[in-house]
Design a protein around this ligand. Structure first.
Ligand SMILES: [Zn+2]
Length: 430
């Protein structure tokens, strides 16, 4: 069976937008909190989001199941069930009081494409599976991409009983058991999403930056998932002194030392950008004096802070690490303070698959969409890419930022993204 013609497939998606909107509304209704939505990972709320999708899948003759880790799998059977399958989807969990579209848009897009295939009577060659992933957000268990890591076998089983949910104090294993995951069986299960059984992973996700809104474009194709270098527990220690009585040369002011380091790093970032380092970011997310000791009339003796650099090249990330260490050493001597930068963590940049990106751009041309590519932040696609599965993404315009209740995705833009996804999948699954 050859792929449906692009115009017919695009029309079939258009006719399914009301179905997709109905799924968004049903899940919002059942997972809303006072102002946004809250769907903790492995909770009743992400379970219910999955159940709404299962009910819709059942009505379409699409197979539905929960995998060994509790990720949702919705499979449209292909003609050759042994051929490496096509995987699409995104995560079902949200941050606390988060937005409705982060993650969920990708899962609903997958099911919308499957529904359009059914409407056209199109049977893909390999299986086409939509995955609703659990535990993408790091806010619940301290690490991101838990569900996708378990599926590809890159999370040690022992961590299920050491990772704890901050608000409940219960372990990941306990929360998994509460929603029906057989944790012992999971420990004995070999990775079930592999480069051998999966031909491609395509993830549609809302854009979490304002680029598409500013440029007036509905969708973009990411080039690479940024890597990062992070110092989550940096500290500068000086000495508390009387603010009026202590002359400058006798001070060990921790705050002014940190401020000078941050100014240097900001200048380094600006210079790197001017020199052509693409898609770099730098954030000081936390910066605080010790509330138990600080006062307007004291020289600050201690400042805690975080540093978070992101970039698309290893060279830039290496330079960020070196600049931070060199700056801290120099300022410690100059300003009579101690810097303890603590543990440095991070991840490497993950390029997205060039062949899949070309296929998405070609589908965009068929749909008359403007071509736009840029780097994006961490998503489950990075886990599948690192497991050797060719992976790519579609970003959909979203207003008012993300990880907040004001996320705003227009269904027309969702439609453009879902059409792009459908056309690319139809070609891949031919
Ligand atoms: Zn997300």
């Amino acid at each position: 069976m050859s792929a449906p013609n692009p115009a017919a497939l695009s029309d079939a998606i258009e006719r399914r937008l009301a179905f997709a909107d109905g799924l968004f509304q049903a899940i919002r209704e059942r997972t809303k909190d006072s102002v946004g939505v809250t769907r903790p990972a492995w909770s009743q709320q992400d379970q219910v989001a999955g159940e709404v999708l299962i009910e819709a899948a059942n009505g379409l003759g699409i197979e539905a199941s929960w995998d060994a880790a509790g990720n949702l799998l919705l499979t449209l059977a292909g003609r050759d069930r042994t051929a490496p399958g096509i995987l699409t989807g995104s995560h079902l969990d949200s941050v606390p009081t988060g937005g409705h579209y982060d993650g969920l848009a990708g899962a609903i897009a997958g099911l919308t494409v499957q529904a359009a295939f059914r409407d056209l009577g199109h049977v893909p060659t390999p299986d086409l599976t939509t995955i609703g992933i659990r535990g993408e957000e790091s806010v619940w268990y301290g690490i991101a991409y838990v569900g996708s890591r378990l599926a590809v076998g890159s999370l040690p089983h022992a961590q299920l009983s050491t990772l704890k949910r901050g608000d409940s104090g219960l372990t990941l294993a306990q929360h998994m058991q509460a929603v029906g995951v057989d944790v012992d069986a999971l420990g004995k299960t070999a990775p079930w999403i592999t480069a051998r059984n999966t031909k491609a992973f395509l993830e549609l996700h809302i854009e979490q930056a304002p680029i598409l809104v500013n440029e007036g474009l509905p969708v973009a194709i990411p080039t690479v998932i940024r890597g990062n270098v992070r110092f989550p527990y940096a500290r500068c220690t000086g000495r508390y002194d009387h603010s009026g009585a202590t002359p400058r040369i006798h001070r060990s002011d921790a705050l002014l030392a940190v401020v000078e380091l941050l100014r240097e790093l900001d200048e380094f970032w600006i210079a790197s950008e001017a020199a052509g380092a693409p898609d770099t970011v730098f954030t000081v997310g936390k910066l605080f004096t010790d509330a138990a000791h600080h006062a307007m009339t004291k020289v600050p003796g201690r400042v805690d802070f975080t540093l978070n650099f992101g970039g698309t090249t290893q060279d830039f990330l290496d330079a960020c690490r070196e600049r931070t260490h060199a700056g801290a050493r120099r300022l410690a001597a100059l300003r009579h303070v101690d810097f303890d930068l603590g543990e440095c963590v991070g991840s490497d940049p993950t390029p997205l698959d060039p062949g899949l990106r070309r296929a998405l751009l070609a589908a965009g041309r068929q749909l008359g969409l403007a071509e736009r590519e840029f780097a994006t932040v961490g998503h489950d696609a990075s886990i599948f890419a690192r497991a050797g599965i060719p992976s790519a993404m579609i970003l959909v315009r979203n207003d008012h930022g993300s990880h907040n209740p004001d996320e705003a995705m227009d269904m027309a833009d969702f439609g453009a993204g879902a059409k792009l996804l459908a056309l690319a999948i139809a070609k891949l699954a031919d």
